[in-house]
Design a protein. Structure first.
Length: 348
């Protein structure tokens, strides 16, 4: 879990991934044959097949986005308060009274403020929070702020990775540093891959699957797998008929999301592998929310594509939560896939 903690606590919003990119590259160098960065900032690592048999040596692309949601400094007012722009999707109610880090000339701690409830009109109290009503207070005057911070500097939440107990972890940025972690750990364990493996820690997924678009076009994979989180539908307020994946019930094999319908043969192969190796799994069907798989699938002439997901509660908040057993099950399934995909019937 130390690597997962390091990944989650290293800042890097969409388009500003340089710090987390450095961590990812260093981890991959130890067991990959080549590690490089493309023009859009995605990390592409190559692990060659242990065979030269061209009949089985397919190109497999694994993608997990390394960017997190966050903000950019938009303006600084006459009192030193910072207005900010969203980078990625937010539910405004998750912003109330949060602490942030403004990554300027040096890191500056701030808090997200809004109009105090004590002075609100009754009508204002009944309204849902609106993003434009929030600002960041770093406790400094305008000149002091401008000496350290300028428009375009990026902002992340200030929240640590915590292991809650022997089963659960909670943190900001588990979406999708946990997917990056799963790929790194799987590559570390793979011993007998009959396929060439291209691993991509993609950039700018949270603003439109951009890194996966450019990297899959360059790689031209035969098969693509996106590793990402999926919504755990096991919390209060969700109707029984709407329930899907749950924490602690295993990894999730993606069948459909808003950006992709997975290849049927690939889905069935993943389920067969899980059954054969006694790996707990669930079926992931999301009507809203997409992953890098959506871009991989449409690259060039099309790619056989699927996804493996890690269930998570409270996605796009500072308290995202995952079950350690689900993370391990995802690693195990990915290892089995990489060592056995060459024998899949749907490839023959």
């Amino acid at each position: 879990m130390e690597l997962l903690k390091k990944l989650c606590e290293t800042p890097g919003i969409s388009g500003y991934e340089s710090l987390v990119r450095t961590v990812v590259k260093e981890e991959l160098k130890g067991f990959c044959d080549k590690v490089e960065t493309d023009r859009l900032g995605s990390v592409i690592a190559f692990k060659k097949a242990v065979t030269n048999d061209q009949k089985t040596k397919k190109k497999i692309m694994l993608a997990a986005h390394m960017d997190q949601i966050g903000f950019l400094v938009k303006s600084i007012d006459s009192k030193g308060y910072i207005r900010f722009a969203r980078v990625g999707g937010f539910d405004p109610k998750t912003l109330v009274a949060q602490r942030v880090i403004v990554h300027g000339k040096k890191d500056v701690i701030g808090v997200i403020g809004s109009k105090p409830i004590h002075v609100m009109e009754e009508a204002e109290k009944k309204k849902a929070p609106n993003f434009k009503d929030f600002y960041i207070d770093v406790g400094l005057g305008k000149k002091e702020v401008e000496d350290l911070i300028q428009p375009g500097d990026f902002i992340t939440f200030d929240r640590d990775f915590i292991r809650m107990n022997d089963k659960m972890v909670t943190s900001l940025a588990l979406d999708n540093r946990v997917g990056v972690y799963v790929i790194i750990e799987a590559l570390r364990r793979v011993k007998n891959n009959q396929v060439d493996i291209y691993t991509v820690a993609t950039s700018q997924e949270e603003v439109g699957l951009r890194g996966a678009t450019t990297s899959s076009y360059a790689i031209e994979p035969d098969i693509g797998i996106a590793l990402d989180v999926t919504i755990a539908m096991d919390t209060p307020g969700i109707k029984e008929e709407e329930k899907g994946c749950e924490l602690g019930k295993g990894t999730a094999i993606a069948v459909m999301n808003s950006s992709m319908i997975a290849h049927r043969g690939l889905c069935n192969f993943l389920k067969e592998l899980a059954d054969e190796n006694k790996i707990n799994y669930q079926i992931d069907i999301m009507e809203r929310g997409g992953t890098d798989a959506g871009s991989i699938q449409k690259a060039r002439c099309g790619v056989i594509t699927g996804g493996i997901s890690i269930p998570s509660r409270y996605i796009h908040s500072v308290v995202e939560m995952c079950h350690i057993d689900d993370i391990e099950a995802t690693i195990q399934l990915l290892v089995c896939f990489l060592e056995n995909i060459h024998r899949a019937d749907f490839l023959k």
